[in-house]
Design a protein around this ligand. Structure first.
Ligand SMILES: [Zn+2]
Length: 108
């Protein structure tokens, strides 16, 4: 797995944090390339799972999808709006998003 930077989609996923909302363990220096090393590993603080199979599969799916979207040719004569958002993963395999913002609006 690796992050994606392409003409249509950029996806940067990094860091590991405990899925227990009352635990503050986090290591935001972990690279997505090393996520397989964290799969189903217990939190050193509370023992909760640090990276569930559901979230691992989700991250892989999202990065694979981003790569596929970058292979699609978007016509230059059509307006394109760019948005940015932050994804959050709680072990359920269902992400939530925050800080969603439009960073550029395509003009006709
Ligand atoms: Zn924990």
């Amino acid at each position: 797995m690796h992050n994606v930077k392409g003409p249509n989609v950029c996806a940067t996923i990094m860091g590991i944090k405990c899925d227990n909302k009352y635990c503050e363990f986090a290591d935001m220096s972990v690279k997505v390339e090393d996520y397989h090393l964290w799969l189903n590993k217990p939190c050193p603080n509370c023992g909760e799972n640090l990276l569930t199979q559901a979230d691992y599969d989700l991250v892989k799916f999202q990065l694979d999808t981003a790569e596929r979207l970058n292979k699609i040719f978007l016509p230059k004569d059509k307006p394109h709006t760019q948005a940015r958002m932050q994804g959050h993963y709680d072990g359920s395999g269902i992400p939530t998003y925050s800080d969603i913002e439009i960073v550029a609006i395509g003009e006709e």
